[in-house]
Design a protein around this ligand. Structure first.
Ligand code: HEC
Length: 125
């Protein structure tokens, strides 16, 4: 890993640490679950760029995309519980208790809020 990449990674993780320093137990739980089970595919910031991602077809979803954000908790919890047919997205219902699935969804939602200011503004008229 190049020196710069490592530094960038450190900074990214530092930023996340600041966010999660606020008292929020479900988010801490969600983050722990995400890092253990989801990050290898969906990436540390949810962009779908985890270590395994280049080897998967289709690629893991970008969890902070507008398309995913627009989905309801109900829809996303269903995908988390049951997995996604014809993709590598596993079903988690027999692995994680329902409250853990909720917590990891809240964590994904928090990644979106955290990242939104970096999204370029819509093109002007
Ligand atoms: C082995 C790789 C892999 C792992 C591990 C994985 N996912 Fe996925 N995930 C995928 C793929 C592939 C998709 C489908 C992408 C697509 O729809 O094109 C997906 C889709 C999703 C979606 C649906 C997004 C949408 O817009 O509908 C959610 C939510 C999701 N994953 C959450 C999780 C969570 C939470 C975990 C950990 C508990 C997890 N994933 C672990 C590969 C993975």
């Amino acid at each position: 890993m190049s020196h710069h990449l490592f530094l960038a990674l450190l900074l990214t993780m530092g930023g996340t640490g600041v966010l999660l320093a606020q008292p929020s137990e479900p988010l801490d739980l969600g983050q722990a679950i995400y890092r253990q089970h989801c990050m290898e595919c969906h990436g540390s910031t949810g962009k779908g760029d985890g270590a395994k991602a280049p080897f998967l077809s289709p690629r893991p979803g970008n969890l902070i995309s507008a398309a995913t954000s627009a989905k309801t908790d109900h829809e996303l919890l269903r995908t988390i519980a049951q997995g996604k047919p014809r993709t590598s997205m596993p079903a988690w219902q027999d692995v994680l208790p329902a409250e853990d699935q909720q917590a990891v969804l809240q964590y994904i939602r928090s990644l979106v809020r955290f990242t939104r200011p970096l999204t370029p503004p819509p093109p002007g008229p």
